[in-house]
Design a protein around this ligand. Structure first.
Ligand SMILES: *Cc1c(COP(=O)(O)O)cnc(C)c1O
Length: 387
């Protein structure tokens, strides 16, 4: 299996060199726009590319307002802050996520509650979330959801669209309503992914996208907060730019702010990347179908986009039949210069989150020991295999 997979990936990328998991692609106006910022000297906190990049993201996602920030983690931090997460709050999220989701919570003084994921989405499971809340919380006289054991407030649900596969948003929104909770999507990985025709990250009042070097598009480092209204967006912009009141020369800051502004030079890269995003998405979808066909009739199951969803297929993934085959596959592919990777260790295994509350994590543990990510950079496939 491994040898034919290595050959298949080498043929797909037409390369005998090292094949990374996900490399940035710059084949548009990147150089021109970046040079433009240098020649104009507007590389930093002032310049037209930030506004333009935000507008491109608004147009593409349908968000009412997008606010550019320095990275995905700061976008998450800002989203949590704007959504009203307070010191001592609890937030339901996945144990199967990248650590940044939980770090952002930690820096708000909040703590995660880990709930299981669905096998078909790899994201937060609505049934498991509802069961957890029914067994462990009650609404107080003010309608707040109170965690019975700790008497802390459960304020929000923060799902993550794993590898670009949308979670079951309808189910989660219903639970938010029933238990009076706020939804905050970690959409760091899901630019270009849609749930029932609507872009991920636009189902919550505030959500976060990342433009780190390994994401579907990159600004070097960067992130975006998607906001539910123009007003909310204006306030978000204000607090991410140190809450300074506009004035020609005076410094007056009217609330505690963050210095999370995305530099113009990074936004320039983002503007060019947004122009090529539709092409990336097409090529990545083709690549996903190519992999899917390869693994058909094998013991390995390819992770497909969930029903009613369009995934960006940011990172392709397979589920191996058992731990031993997973370990062999990862070892042999990496040894021959084809990069593959296991999924993250579950968050409750990390020292800083080991005492977090949690429900049963049966699916998370299953995926943790069997999933492998495959090389996923956009490529040109001459003749896709047929599924
Ligand atoms: C990449 C990522 C982030 C953080 O983005 P950075 O830009 O690296 O800070 C957050 N959450 C998830 C799920 C991610 O994959």
């Amino acid at each position: 299996m491994t040898n034919s997979l290595i050959q298949f990936i080498r043929d797909t990328y037409q390369s005998n060199e090292f094949i990374p998991l996900h490399a940035p692609t710059f084949n548009g106006n990147e150089k021109q726009y970046v040079v433009d910022t240098i020649e104009s000297t507007f590389v930093s906190s002032v310049g037209q590319y930030v506004d333009k990049f935000e507008q491109q993201i608004e147009q593409f996602t349908g968000a009412k307002k997008a606010v550019a920030v320095v990275n995905g983690t700061s976008a998450l931090h800002t989203a949590l802050y704007m959504a009203g997460i307070k010191n001592g709050d609890l937030v339901i999220t996945q144990a199967l996520t990248f650590v940044a989701t939980c770090n952002a919570l930690y820096h708000m003084g909040a703590a995660p509650i880990f709930v299981d994921v669905s096998l078909n989405t790899l994201g937060l499971c609505p049934q498991a979330t509802e069961t957890y809340l029914e067994e462990n919380s009650s609404l107080n006289a003010d309608g707040e959801c109170i965690h019975r054991h700790s008497q802390q407030r459960i304020k929000a649900i923060m799902p993550m669209h794993t590898f670009g596969h949308p979670v079951e948003l309808d189910g989660l929104l219903k639970i938010c309503k029933k238990f009076n909770l706020v939804l905050i999507e970690d959409a760091a990985e899901s630019l270009g992914s849609f749930y029932k025709g609507k872009h991920t990250g636009t189902f919550s009042d505030y959500s976060a996208i990342s433009f780190n070097g390994n994401k579907i598009i990159t600004t070097g480092g960067g992130g975006m907060v998607l906001c539910h209204s123009k007003n909310a967006g204006a306030h978000t912009k204000h607090i991410t730019t140190m809450a300074k009141q506009p004035h020609a020369f005076e410094f007056f800051h009217d609330e505690p702010g963050f210095n999370y502004r995305l530099p113009n030079i990074n936004a320039a890269l983002g503007c060019a990347q947004m122009e090529t995003l539709p092409d990336f998405l097409k090529r990545k979808r083709l690549l996903a179908h190519h992999y899917q066909a390869f693994f058909k009739n094998s013991d390995f199951s390819f992770v497909k986009e969930p029903k009613h969803c369009q995934s960006n297929y940011w990172l392709n993934a397979i589920i191996c039949p058992d731990v031993a085959s997973r370990d062999t596959l990862i070892k042999e592919t990496n040894a021959s210069g084809v990069m593959t990777r296991p999924i993250w260790q579950l968050m409750h295994r990390l020292p800083m989150f080991k005492s977090a509350f949690r429900g049963p994590l049966i699916n998370s543990e299953f995926i943790e020991t069997r999933l492998v990510n495959l090389p996923s950079s956009p490529t040109d496939i001459k003749e896709p295999l047929h599924v």
